[in-house]
Ligand binder design. Structure first.
Ligand code: 3HC
Length: 315
C-alpha cells in the first residue's frame, strides 16, 4: 500500500512541476529531488563564500579609495549570497554544520573558478567581468527554478551580480584604454581567466551526470552547453570593445547558427581542478577552515545568548 501511495505522490509531484507550480519546503517531494537540491544549493553557497578569498585579498591593495569601497561592497555581497543560499538549503533539512563539514571533508564541491590565483589588479576586473557575467548567465534562469526558496534567493542575488559585473568591466575598460602596460595587464588577465570561466558552466552536456534529471524537475532550465554558448556570445563582443583578444584561435562567428564557434575546452584541467589539484585548492580550503575555527567563539556566543534569552522568555 505504501509503495502505491509514493507512486501516486511522485506522479502528482511531477504534474505540479510540469504545471510550473512552485515546490515549497513543506510540500511532498521525492527524496532524490531534495538530495540534488541540497547538493546544488549548498555547493552554490560554498562557491560564494570561497569566492570571497581571491577578491578579498585585493581590498587592501586597491589602487584608489573608490575602487577599495566598490570591492569591499562586492565581497560583502558575496558573503550575503552565501548566507541566503545556506538558508535556502536549510529549508530542505540540511544543517549549516553538516554543509560546512561536507565542504571541509571534500565531500562537497565549490566552483572550480575560485581555485585560480588573482595575480594582478586586472584579475579583479576579469573576475568581475567574466566570472560574474558567467554567474549571471547561470543564475538568471535559476530565478525560475521549481524550488521556491532557491528561486527567490536568486532574484536578489542576480540584481547584485549585475553591479559586480559592471564594476569589473569598468576596471577592464580603464586598464584597456590606459597605458600600454595597463592594457597588457588586462590582456594577461583575460588570457588566464577566459577558459576557467567557460568551465564554470560544468562538463559538456554529454558528460553531465545531473542535467537531464535537473531539467526534468525544472531546477535547470538550460543545459550546461546552452548557457556556456550564451556566455561566449555575449562576452566576445565585450572583449572587442575593450580592444582585447580572446585567447582562442578557433573562435569565429558562424552566420548560419548565429553563434560563436569556439575551441576545445581542456577537460583534463577541469577534472584536475574539480578533483582538488588546481593552483589554489589547498590554500582556499585551509583558509576556510582557519577562519571557520577562528569564528567558533562568535557562533558559541550567539547560541549561549539565544539559550539564555529563551530560558528567560520561558519563565
Ligand atoms: N566546479 C566544480 N564542480 C563542478 C563544476 C565546476 N565549475 N561544474 C560541475 N561541477 C560538478 C557538479 O557539482 C557535479 O558534481 P557533484 O555530483 O559532486 O555535485 C559534477 O561536476 C557533474 O556536473 P553536472 O553538470 O552534472 O552538475 P550540475 O547539474 O549540478 O551542474 C552547475 C553544475 C552548472 C554548476 C550547477 O550545479 C549550477 O548551476 N549550480 C548553481 C550555480 C553555481 O553553483 N555557480 C557556481 C559559481 S557561484 C559564483 O560564481 C558566485 C558569483 O557571485 C561570482
Amino acid at each position: 500500500m505504501a509503495e502505491i501511495q509514493v507512486d501516486v505522490q511522485a506522479r502528482r509531484f511531477q504534474e505540479r512541476i510540469d504545471a510550473e507550480v512552485r515546490i515549497e519546503p513543506k510540500d511532498w517531494m521525492p527524496d532524490a529531488y531534495r538530495k540534488t537540491l541540497i547538493r546544488q544549493i549548498s555547493q552554490h553557497a560554498h562557491s560564494e563564500i570561497i569566492g570571497m578569498q581571491p577578491e578579498g585579498g585585493w581590498i587592501t591593495r586597491a589602487p584608489s579609495l573608490r575602487r577599495k569601497l566598490i570591492l569591499l561592497s562586492k565581497v560583502q555581497d558575496e558573503g550575503g549570497h552565501g548566507l541566503y543560499l545556506y538558508s535556502a538549503a536549510e529549508t530542505l533539512g540540511a544543517s549549516r554544520a553538516s554543509m560546512i563539514d561536507a565542504l571541509h571533508s571534500g565531500r562537497a564541491k565549490y566552483s572550480s573558478i575560485f581555485n585560480y590565483p588573482a595575480l594582478t589588479w586586472a584579475d579583479i576586473g576579469a573576475i568581475g567581468w567574466l566570472v560574474d557575467s558567467a554567474a549571471i548567465v547561470n543564475q538568471v534562469p535559476l530565478q525560475r527554478c521549481s524550488f521556491g526558496p532557491y528561486a527567490r534567493a536568486m532574484v536578489r542575488i542576480c540584481k547584485e551580480e549585475s553591479f559586480h559585473q559592471r564594476q569589473g568591466y569598468e576596471i577592464m575598460y580603464t586598464l584597456a584604454t590606459g597605458s600600454a602596460d595597463q592594457k597588457a595587464m588586462a590582456q594577461d588577465a583575460l588570457n588566464r581567466w577566459w577558459w576557467p570561466s567557460l568551465m564554470m558552466f560544468g562538463p559538456s552536456d554529454a558528460d553531465s551526470a545531473h542535467s537531464s534529471q535537473s531539467m526534468a524537475w525544472k531546477i535547470k532550465r538550460f543545459s550546461n552547453d546552452e548557457l556556456r554558448q550564451k556566455f561566449i556570445d555575449q562576452a566576445v563582443p565585450q572583449a572587442d570593445i575593450l580592444g582585447l583578444e580572446v585567447p582562442d584561435t578557433e573562435l569565429a562567428w558562424d552566420e548560419q547558427t548565429q553563434h560563436y564557434r569556439y575551441g576545445a575546452i581542456d577537460w583534463d584541467e577541469f577534472n584536475r581542478v574539480v578533483r582538488g589539484d588546481g593552483p589554489c585548492n589547498r590554500q582556499r580550503l585551509a583558509e576556510h577552515k582557519r577562519v571557520h575555527e577562528a569564528g567558533a567563539w562568535v557562533r558559541e556566543a550567539v547560541v549561549a545568548y539565544d539559550r539564555k534569552h529563551q530560558d528567560q522568555s520561558d519563565v
